[in-house]
Write a protein that binds this ligand. Structure first.
Ligand code: NI
Length: 169
């Protein structure tokens, strides 16, 4: 496994659309393993392949809604699509590609996603709260959308010092 560089918002590749994955080969597995290491090392809650310079529909989401005493875990999603969404949340959101900046973004409270695993097997997964926010944020990355374009407004320096920042995805 190896750490990959995370692109920042100035880099044009982040605004391009990612392509569907058709080969579930060792190269994909290497990408997933590297992305996992990069995500955990950066203390993020999600990471999309374009953030490490690969325009493929691959994302990782950290499931943080786990019973007390259990470990958070990383969900690998290849070719993810949102099947259903419900409710609404409005809160601070951040991105590993936009370090130190946070903005208020409206997202559904719950989403159901269909994706493939690293072997190409299809599955469905539901996320609530931060996990739902993260699914939406990462799938946006695959469309070349960075959260700053969806934020109602960015948080001020004062708000950030008051601890109003969100998680980086
Ligand atoms: Ni992001």
């Amino acid at each position: 496994m190896a750490l990959r560089n995370i692109l920042t918002k100035e880099q044009p590749l982040l605004y391009k659309k990612s392509r569907v994955v058709t080969d579930f080969n060792p190269r994909l597995h290497q990408l997933l393993d590297d992305m996992r290491e990069t995500l955990l090392q950066a203390n993020g809650v999600g990471l999309a392949a374009p953030q490490v310079g690969v325009l493929r529909r691959v994302v990782l989401v950290l499931e943080t809604n786990v019973p007390e005493g259990e470990d958070e875990y990383v969900i690998e999603l290849i070719n993810p699509e949102i099947l259903e969404s419900s409710g609404e949340q409005d809160g601070p959101e951040g991105c590993l590609s936009v370090p130190g900046e946070y903005g208020l973004v409206k997202r559904p409270m719950t989403v159901k996603v269909r994706a493939q695993d690293r072997f190409g097997k299809s599955f469905e997964v539901e996320g609530t709260g931060l996990t739902a926010r993260c699914f939406c944020h990462e799938i946006d990355h695959l469309e070349g959308i960075v959260f700053t374009s969806k934020a109602e407004r960015m948080l001020t320096e004062e708000e950030l010092q008051g601890g109003a920042n969100g998680d980086d995805a």
